[in-house]
Write a protein that binds this ligand. Structure first.
Ligand code: ATP
Length: 344
């Protein structure tokens, strides 16, 4: 099932939660909607699901107008962070629920329902929990059961809204991998919402980065990390150093200091220079585009994170390999291995 969204606008009062969103999701994709809180991710998902309606724009499934259909007719499965299981029903009955409430014309007989539930519990690898109640499950198990329940009706589309948001970091990581391999097996067109960049980059085929009701970039995890299209994406994904610079007559300046960096093709005016922390290479004083004094160093896993006061007035944090042995008080040269400059 393909999903196509065209020029979608959704306002709450005068505030545009979605401000002209265009998106195409291919059949069988696992797409992540990534963005800060309030960027419109849930609103977009709810409109696709048929739980909310846009002010204008189009949503189609396989070319058919989805906005003309109610939520039930759209045949969409959901898993939400707080979409609790029914507490008074066993795991088995929770998963069976969607099948039992189907319209009589399409409802399966009891033996078929039981076989289908067993199959789904096998799929999420929790068949041994069939007789338990939700209160007797861990948070991760509950979300896997919620997924089995969403899949019971054989949805054409699966929508997941921060499905692992309430779980601790270790369980989240396990479930991410599990979701990716489950998706590989079932291959249903799926969209999941997250504000966790690592989750989006690790799980999805493509990532949609949103901010303030607009799409900033759509691309593969590599695309959005390696070639961010906007200043927002660069700042939001990965750990970036952001420096206010001035582009003027083919020269880039930080404060008064001209930087030995290529300014080809850049529009003159105030701009932002972005460098990943680990892309600032440390050398002797005078060796790079920047010079600075190390203020503070702490070990941070495989790297040492150093606070450096640059000549030009800004203080930045860089990640250098541990063997560089930086010390507070050192004067160093810094050369960005890669950088990007955006106007504004
Ligand atoms: N029913 C509503 N009434 C008024 N404003 C709303 C309503 N629903 C959402 N909003 C506003 O629309 C904006 C987008 O909300 P949305 O829930 O889509 O963001 P989100 O990206 O999913 O955020 P989060 O990661 O915090 O869930 C927010 O500013 C929110 O306050």
């Amino acid at each position: 099932m393909t999903i196509e969204v065209k020029n979608l606008v959704k306002k709450f009062g005068s505030f545009a939660a979605l401000d002209g969103v265009d998106l195409r999701v291919d059949n069988g994709e696992l797409l992540a909607l990534l963005g800060p809180s309030g960027s419109g991710k849930t609103t977009l998902l709810r409109i696709i699901a048929g739980l909310d309606w846009p002010d204008s724009g189009e949503v189609s499934f396989n070319g058919e107008d989805a906005l003309a259909q109610g939520a039930r007719e759209r045949h969409v499965g959901f898993v939400f962070q707080h979409y609790a299981l029914f507490r008074h029903m066993s795991v088995f009955e929770n998963v069976a629920f969607g099948l039992r409430v189907q319209l009589r014309a399409v409802r399966k007989d009891e033996a078929t329902i039981r076989a289908r539930v067993k199959e789904l519990l096998d799929l999420v690898q929790l068949d041994w929990l069939a007789d338990r109640y939700p209160s007797q499950l861990s948070g991760g198990q509950r979300q896997r059961i919620a997924l089995a329940r969403a899949l019971a009706i054989e949805p054409r589309i699966l929508l997941l809204d921060e499905p692992f948001g309430a779980l601790d970091a270790k369980v989240r990581k396990e479930l991410r991998r599990w979701l990716r391999s489950l998706h590989h097996e079932i291959n249903v067109t799926s969209i999941f919402v997250t504000h966790d960049q690592e989750e989006a980059l690790e799980v999805a085929n493509r990532v949609v980065v949103m901010d303030k009701g607009k799409i900033e970039q759509i691309g593969s995890p590599d695309d959005v990390y390696e070639t961010p299209a906007t200043a927002f994406v660069h700042g939001f994904i990965g750990e970036s150093i952001e420096l206010p610079v001035q582009v003027d007559g083919g020269v880039i300046r930080l404060g008064d200091r001209p930087l030995a960096l290529a300014a080809d093709g850049l529009a003159p005016g105030a701009s932002k220079l972005f460098v990943r922390r680990h892309d600032m290479l440390v050398g002797p004083p005078g060796s790079g585009a920047f010079e600075g004094a190390v203020q503070h160093v702490r070990n941070f896993g495989p790297v040492q994170r150093a606070e450096v006061a640059l000549s030009g007035g800004e203080t930045i944090e860089i990640d250098a390999p541990r063997d560089k042995e930086l010390r507070a008080g050192d004067t160093i040269g810094l050369e960005p291995r890669r950088y990007r400059i955006f106007a504004g």
